[in-house]
Design a protein around this ligand. Structure first.
Ligand SMILES: [Zn+2]
Length: 304
């Protein structure tokens, strides 16, 4: 034994074995480049090489959206858990438990209020990290609560969507959330409050078929997949090759489904400007009076 085996070698091994955290680098799923995770967070989860907008967890999304990252999350009502007592390979209640511990959110919709560009606003964010952002009874309950809060505060509602659609573990009950959330949107329209939808990658299924397409302003994040059925399903059904960029934000903007495509770094400013335009009437202009109730046609008289 020499000093090399006894002293130098273990020292070198110790140096080589130094723990490297496995989330130090993130691989961009679009261009394949490695990005330092810390840098990626600073860049709002947008790849600095190809501008690909990666998924955004709820907490970050809220912090990026409100002025100075300051907001208050609201307590949300609960809904019956597992109404159908559903089980596939796993119990639905166990899936919910797993999702809660992995995602650090308790359901697929989180609601907060604060200011955007100085305007009080309610913001709802769909958590894709919670069971792919699927919509069940609890989601519907929360969406209506967000709409109620906006009406109560007389402030606009902004929702960031990210979803795989209705939650199949709740069967028809999940589909009932489509009209339910539509009623929530209607509450805002009746109160004359703006409802702005920001569609992020991916927004599909029953979510696209309901509240996500009813915004006064429809905004898409760049290159987000937005549609009802996925492109592969459509291609297999129509047996035709789909056009380039089909169901992506820019394609939908060209075809009139979106009003604008806004990159993440410009989102807060754009939302602030839009809310300002939609909520403040220029001086001297007042809202038009409500339409007079329609006159009932006179009932035909017996003499006629
Ligand atoms: Zn990239």
């Amino acid at each position: 034994m020499s000093w090399i085996t006894e002293y130098v070698r273990p020292k070198i091994r110790g140096l080589l074995r130094r723990e490297v955290p496995d989330n130090l680098w993130t691989n961009c799923e679009s261009c394949g480049q490695m990005v330092l995770t810390k840098e990626l967070h600073k860049n709002l989860n947008v790849c600095p090489h190809c501008s690909h907008h990666m998924k955004a967890p709820v907490a970050e999304r809220l912090a990026w959206t409100f002025d100075n990252g300051v907001f208050t999350r609201i307590e949300l009502p609960s809904a019956p858990i597992d109404p159908l007592n559903f089980r596939d390979q796993k119990k639905y209640t166990d899936r919910l438990k797993d999702a809660r511990s992995k995602s650090h959110v308790d359901e697929s919709l989180v609601v907060a209020h604060g200011t955007i560009g100085g305007h009080p606003t309610v913001v709802a964010v769909m958590a894709f990290e919670f069971m792919a952002g699927t919509m069940g009874a609890a989601f519907g309950e929360r969406f209506v609560a967000a709409a109620r809060l906006a009406v109560l505060q007389k402030s606009p509602l902004v929702i960031f969507t990210a979803s795989g659609g209705a939650r199949m573990q709740e069967g028809a009950i999940s589909l009932m959330q489509m009209p339910r959330t539509t009623i929530g949107v209607q509450m805002l329209k009746e109160a004359g409050l703006p409802y702005i939808v920001v569609l992020t990658n991916p927004t599909t299924g029953g979510v696209t078929a309901s509240f996500a397409m009813l915004g006064d302003v429809q905004i898409g994040e760049p290159n987000a997949l937005i549609g009802f059925a996925g492109p592969r399903v459509i291609q297999d059904t129509v047996r035709e090759k789909l056009p380039e960029g089909f169901q992506r934000s820019e394609y939908l903007l060209d075809h009139g489904m979106l009003d604008m495509v806004v990159s993440r770094k410009d989102m807060r400013e754009t939302l602030g400007r839009l809310i300002g335009l939609l909520t403040s009437a220029p001086e001297g202009i007042t809202a038009p009076p409500p339409p007079a109730p329609e006159k009932q046609p006179a009932a035909p008289t017996a003499a006629e």
